[in-house]
Design a protein around this ligand. Structure first.
Ligand code: PRX
Length: 648
């Protein structure tokens, strides 16, 4: 049966930046015919202190790309100062606090002052151009101030999601050699208190950090270490609001953001100034069909790339009003998102399918209590959106009058690459549809042969660079090259599988490597495994994904007990190991299931057969394939039996 097609809404097309499929196709064709011309023109959307001389240079064999060469600009200038002449009193940021009804409107003028003061504080504490600064803050305006203050003085921010553990935080601080950390005494989310400063204290043992700026989010007094820890408010009050701008080269780093890969520890993806900013602002405008006056509500956390590109840099670089949401979709109840939409009159709403799946369980009623009349565009990001959820988003949340944009992209891509456009693209629920202008996806088979034509399935690669592409992995360019540019030489390999259907629509099928997508967050199975084996209750571990109703993918761990676990009952061992993973990585990595086993399926050369474990975790016992080559085929029976008792 052919997939149903949902046509773009005429009332959206009428005023859209890209207003029909034909117009999109024309722009797309022109963009790939003459990428230099296309991107040169596109780059005019940002303010350049000094114009660039060359549009881009690309050498995928050496994993080297550069954009807008010779140009000088500043990201904070573009996101803040640039708007002072005509919208100083317009709200730049609407902060939505955890407690319902808590709102703060921050104008561009106030944003300018807050960013300037903080930038001066950083300078006063020795932060210079090129230095890395760690931001471990909850979703409060200071997180945006901190990012922009770094950008203003040319420091490179490294935002660490405030749900990560002390150990994860330390790894990131050490890897990026940060000397300054910004944090809060505590965070507040869904009515729960998160002891951020205590986590920072634990993380800093043995690091080179000299200065910690502590914002008071709650009334709790926390211990402050003399000579290192400083009160944020006291510090900013001492500084003047004006801070001179550091003009940056297009290719000077803007930020580093850590993300999981299939092996080793998370890697710091480095994004640079000119290309990233042009790309974030361009995609924000066309994908969400943003127009001046629209309130943009992206419900992500600034600790992820979605927050970087579509809460802070993209919207602010367009002079938009952007929303920062501190709470959760279900606090105090499942009406929260829609209440906020009404209160701030959001035109655009952007979230992950996992949040929608959690909300669907409460039925339509919590949605229907709100008006949502301000909404025009509903975005989805981070994981495949099931067609049923897509429909619910479209029919119930959007009442059939809003566009749904399923946006595919990655930390490495800096911005959205494949997505419908609200006024132009006929949608198929579950498909991210077509590439944005200037983006050239290709599908390849396992031998690297390009699959041309339609109705094909393969691994998703990109030929040709785009301005938002990450430039390197901090301190490890060789790893960057190997991870993304050697599997299919001449192409950037995304790690995702994808189908292009008979009509040329792209359907992302999920990761083809050992990366899990848990509630839209990326986790390497290797990371969870090393967390487990670090505990002496665990001798050996193999981690795979399992289907999960809300998270999309859950974390399934097969564990062989360590000697120290002998004599302890199963439930206790499982609890200890579950806690171990939370402590090592953070709550997002909490295993959904730990199955204690006496052995793991291995080849005779000792390699764990993950393929088999994946099938077991998915309850696909009939698809285990040939197990006769295993060193001990009998363990499979035991593993299957153990899984069945849980999956019942
Ligand atoms: O597997 C894809 C999935 O999320 C991965 C990127 O994760 P991360 O770098 O954390 O960035 C998430 C936010 C951009 C991708 O490799 N993914 C992201 N968006 C989609 C998606 N899978 C399917 N559909 C999407 N719209």
């Amino acid at each position: 049966m052919a997939d149903p097609i949902i046509a773009p809404k005429p009332q959206l097309a009428r005023r859209a930046h890209i207003a029909s499929l034909e117009q999109y196709q024309q722009i797309y064709a022109a963009s790939v015919r003459d990428p230099r011309g296309f991107w040169r023109e596109c780059a005019a959307r940002v303010d350049w202190f000094h114009p660039f001389e060359r549009t881009f240079r690309q050498d995928f064999a050496n994993a080297e790309v550069s954009w807008f060469l010779g140009g000088k600009l500043n990201a904070a200038h573009n996101c803040v100062d640039r708007w002072l002449h005509d919208r100083a009193e317009q709200t730049a940021l609407i902060w939505v606090g955890d407690e319902p009804g808590t709102y703060r409107h921050i104008s561009f003028h106030e944003l300018h002052e807050n960013v300037g003061r903080l930038a001066n504080v950083l300078r006063a504490h020795g932060v210079q151009k090129g230095d890395r600064v760690c931001i471990y803050l909850p979703m409060i305006p200071e997180a945006a101030y901190a990012m922009l203050a770094c950008a203003r003085i040319g420091a490179v921010h490294s935002v660490v999601f405030a749900g990560f553990s002390a150990e994860s935080l330390r790894d990131r601080i050490v890897d990026a050699d940060c000397r300054v950390v910004l944090t809060a005494n505590e965070g507040l989310r869904g009515g729960k208190v998160i002891p951020l400063k205590a986590t920072v204290d634990a993380a800093l043992e043995g690091t080179a950090v000299t200065t910690v700026l502590v914002k008071r989010r709650t009334d709790t007094a926390v211990p402050m270490r003399a000579g290192r820890d400083l009160d944020y408010d006291e510090q900013v009050q001492r500084q003047r609001a004006y801070c001179p701008i550091e003009w940056m080269d297009s290719e000077d780093p803007l930020f580093v953001l850590y993300t999981s890969g299939s092996t080793g520890r998370p890697k710091g993806q480095l994004h640079t100034t000119g290309g990233y900013l042009v790309y974030a602002s361009y995609t924000h405008e066309i994908v969400f069909d943003w127009h001046r006056g629209d309130v943009h509500f992206c419900a992500a956390d600034v600790g992820w790339i979605t927050g970087h590109s579509y809460i802070v840099y993209g919207p602010l670089c367009n002079g938009a009003t952007t929303v920062m949401f501190e709470s959760t979709p279900v606090y105090p109840d499942a009406r929260r998102y829609w209440q906020v939409v009404d209160d701030v009159q959001a035109s655009i709403f952007y979230t992950a399918p996992t949040a929608l799946r959690a909300l669907v369980r409460f039925g339509d009623e919590p949605v229907r209590t709100s008006s949502r009349a301000s909404l025009r565009v509903l975005g989805s990001v981070g994981e495949p959106i099931n067609p049923e959820i897509w429909r619910w988003y479209h029919d119930v949340v959007g009442e059939g009058r809003c566009a749904v944009v399923d946006t595919w992209w990655q930390t490495e891509t800096g911005g959205i690459l494949i997505s419908p456009l609200p006024g132009a693209t006929p949608c198929k629920p579950g498909s991210a549809t077509f590439p944005l202008p200037g983006v050239r996806p290709v599908l390849v088979d396992e031998h690297g042969r390009e699959l041309t034509g339609n109705d094909v399935t393969g691994n998703l690669c990109l030929v040709g660079s785009w301005p938002g592409q990450a430039r390197t992995i901090l301190n490890d360019h060789e790893r960057f090259r190997q991870t993304y540019f050697t599997t299919y030489p001449g192409r950037y390999f995304t790690g995702d599988g994808c189908r292009r259907d008979a009509d040329g629509y792209y359907w992302i099928t999920g990761r083809v490597d050992d990366v899990l997508n848990v509630s839209g967050h990326r986790l390497g199975t290797a990371e969870v495994e090393s967390a487990l084996v670090a505990h002496d209750y665990c001798a050996e571990a193999a981690v795979v994904g399992c289907p999960h109703d809300v998270k999309g993918t859950g974390i399934y761990c097969f564990v062989i007990r360590g000697k120290a676990a002998e004599g302890h009952d199963d439930a206790e061992v499982e609890d200890v190991l579950r806690q171990q993973v939370r402590d090592a990585i953070g709550a997002i990595a909490t295993p959904d299931r730990i199955q204690l086993v006496s052995g793991l399926p291995k080849t005779r050369s000792g390699k764990i057969m993950r393929r088999i474990l994946r099938k077991v975790a998915e309850s696909r016992y009939d698809e285990l394939g040939d197990i006769s080559t295993l060193a001990e085929p009998a363990v499979v029976e035991e593993i299957v039996a153990g899984h069945k008792t849980w999956a019942k």
